[in-house]
Design a protein around this ligand. Sequence first.
Ligand code: AP5
Length: 212
Amino acid sequence: MKLVLLGPPGAGKGSLAALLKKSLGLAHISTGDLLREEIKNHTALGQEAKSYIDQGGLVPDELVTRLVEHKLKTIQGGYLLDGFPRTERQAKDLDQILARLKQTLDSVIYLNATLSVIIDRLAGRRVCKSCGALFHIKNKPSQKEGICDLCQGQLYQRPDDNEATVKERMRVYLENTKPIIHYYEEQNRLMTVDADKDSEDVEKIILKSFDL
Ligand code: AP5
């Protein structure tokens, strides 16, 4: 199965991807994670991407698309794209990449979450430095404060989760990403789910819609 997860920052794309990855046996491709990995490894691409991410803006389409195409070529079987596409250009580029790979998307899942929920989720998010597991200080606290339950790694707050950058990420989302919902609606591939619900409930709704 080949899926895209679409939605505003903090809608729960990463959290849902972790669940669907297990239940459907899919590879999880998060462009945010791929870019943060490039930054961590001090690559030229990472250096360039950092300036955009720190400001809450979008990394240029060509850079992200190149990264995604490279990754997709290494994957056998199904996958979940999380955070890509994010612009109409990227959506069109994805269509071309899929055509080259002779693949089609099964569904584009739009996680529709309200602003107050998003703000609360991003303000309380904590991420494991070692394994990337997601926690939340209220919704999903780790057993030991600041320590990952899965690998004992250190938890940190993403630098782009501060109030000013979140505001800019939301503005950028509304301007660039929300319009592509319509692009997939026209292709009859869009599934909209209420993402204010718990991730487990959202997952159940999605699995049921696939008759699983
Ligand atoms: P990226 O990392 O993709 O960030 P994002 O889209 O802003 O999404 P987030 O990771 O912030 O949120 P999420 O929806 O995954 O929520 P999560 O599950 O973590 O991108 C970062 C930056 O990289 C961008 O700003 C841009 O600069 C660049 N970039 C990335 N892709 C790009 C592209 N294609 N083109 C150009 N630039 C690109 O959940 C958040 C918190 O809420 C967690 O603490 C979690 O525990 C909690 N939570 C989640 N779901 C629930 C739930 N259902 N109930 C209760 N709590 C929940």
